[in-house]
Design a protein around this ligand. Structure first.
Ligand SMILES: Cc1ncc(COP(=O)(O)O)c(C=O)c1O
Length: 442
């Protein structure tokens, strides 16, 4: 039986749900990254590092709420906080103590956060950050980096991983206000001098696609210094890296103080939520009675009490760095173990990553050692190979068959994965590669 036949045979309920979904949801999905053929798996419940699909299989989860679940599924203190809040009301239509506590945690943990404005998602946070920067500087131009992902609003979908060619449905004037440049200070300087209207530079703190293509060492510090010199608002998008790379994100690790930081995912403890945090002087454009322009910012679910309660509990858990340390160690174990299997089987490719994420390349040059690789030490030409087409699809199907759910060609490790989860995933990886080799996908 082939990998795909086995997948179909093992997941009849997911197949049925997908047929039903396709009648009411475009392509049957609600997030582009879940689209896959022959069909995606449907999950019913989760606990800790595991989830159970609609066919009753227990799966080791490496999607981890798209990175929101640093503490795994249903972490006790987070769930208790959410349940306590649920009994008090899910939307109080008024200001709450919970939102103050949530903001206080953010300002304690994130080095550059003087004040905070909550949104409902990371996309809304990057939209708000750009508007704040444009208002503060009076300059509409924005620089973003090639393939850096900041959500799906009109200003950031050019040259991102989800756009092929010109993004459909976005007015040309909007696209023209944003220049996409490579991660290269000379290009940044040139663009700023060519278009004299640059008011903001936004960067994905781990590098394109949550670190697939990392930011070279020292680049962010140079970028921050350049922005300071030019009066450009420096925005670090820490939606993925915030609270994960360190409690205070990449800015804590690298000793940086961006003007604005965008946050989401771990911020809200597994519930919907995002935020812009930063320098008071820039954030003041949200303030009534501000001497400059005031940005309007309604939003029915801004700082909704459930997200605020769960988020505050999650941030209190992750504040001392213990969870990050544990997740990083497990992730390093997983990366080394997977590289060991590739060496053993003599297959080309490697597994790499920073902090508690991992990424898989099955192509190109074989890594000679069963070790962990920091992508900043590897040439981009290797990393750019990524995983494409049928190889990527087959890997996803095969790993699911063997009980591990990847997030694209990689995943995120939480602090509640166990050594046994890691060992079982390395075994799933071995079995998947053997089957893929037999079918000539690797
Ligand atoms: C770096 C980065 N910024 C922004 C976003 C958008 O966040 P959301 O999906 O909450 O809109 C994402 C989502 O994955 C992200 O990875």
């Amino acid at each position: 039986m082939t990998i795909e036949q086995k997948y179909i045979e093992r997941h009849p309920n997911s197949a049925r749900l997908y047929e039903r979904a396709r009648k009411v949801l475009p392509s049957g999905v609600t997030h582009d990254s879940r689209y896959m053929t022959p069909f995606p798996i449907y999950a019913e419940r989760a606990a800790g590092a595991h989830k159970w699909d609609a066919d009753g299989h227990e799966i080791i989860d490496f999607v981890m709420g798209h990175g929101a679940l640093m503490l795994g599924h249903n972490f006790p203190s987070v769930i208790e906080a959410a349940q306590a809040q649920m009994a008090l009301g899910t939307h109080l239509g008024a200001s709450t103590l919970k939102e103050i506590e949530w903001a206080e945690e953010v300002t304690k943990i994130v080095p550059s956060a003087e004040v905070v404005r909550f949104t409902s998602s990371g996309t809304e946070a990057t939209l708000m950050a750009l508007r704040l920067a444009r208002t503060y500087t009076g300059k509409p131009g924005v620089i973003k980096f090639d393939r850096h992902f900041h959500g799906w609003h009109d200003y950031v979908v050019g040259n991102s991983k989800y756009s092929t060619g010109a993004p459909a449905g976005v007015p040309q004037a909007t696209l023209d206000s944003v220049s996409g440049v490579p991660l290269d200070m000379n290009e940044v300087r040139q663009t700023v001098s060519d278009r004299s209207d640059v008011g903001a530079i936004i960067v994905e703190s781990a590098g394109a696609s949550s670190g697939q293509l990392p930011v070279p060492r020292g680049f962010l510090a140079e970028l921050q210094a350049f922005c300071r010199g030019e009066g450009i608002v420096f925005i670090m998008d820490e939606v993925v890296t915030g609270f994960r790379w360190a409690p205070g994100g990449v800015q804590e690790v690298e000793g940086l103080k961006p003007d604005l930081t965008t946050l989401a995912k771990i911020l809200a403890g597994g519930f919907p939520g995002g935020a812009v945090a930063g320098r008071r002087e820039v954030m003041e454009h949200l303030q009534f009675g501000n001497k400059g322009a005031k940005i309007g910012h309604p939003g029915t679910f801004n700082a909704n009490p459930l997200s605020a309660a769960a988020g505050t509990a999650a941030l209190r858990e992750i504040a001392d760095g213990t969870h990050q340390k544990r997740a990083n160690e497990l992730s390093a174990q997983l990366r080394s173990g997977m590289n060991g299997v590739m060496c053993e089987l003599g297959l080309p490719g490697f597994v790499y990553g920073q902090a508690s994420e991992f990424r898989i390349v099955v192509a190109g040059t074989q890594v000679p050692e069963a070790q962990d690789y920091d992508p900043r030490d590897l040439p981009w030409s290797l990393l750019e190979q990524g995983m494409k087409g049928e190889t990527a699809r087959m890997l996803q199907l095969a790993m699911t068959n063997h009980g591990a759910h990847l997030f694209g060609a990689g995943g995120l490790v939480s602090s509640v994965h166990s050594e046994d989860d890691i060992a079982r995933t390395v075994e799933a990886w071995r079995n998947s590669l053997v089957e893929m080799r037999a079918e000539q996908f690797v």
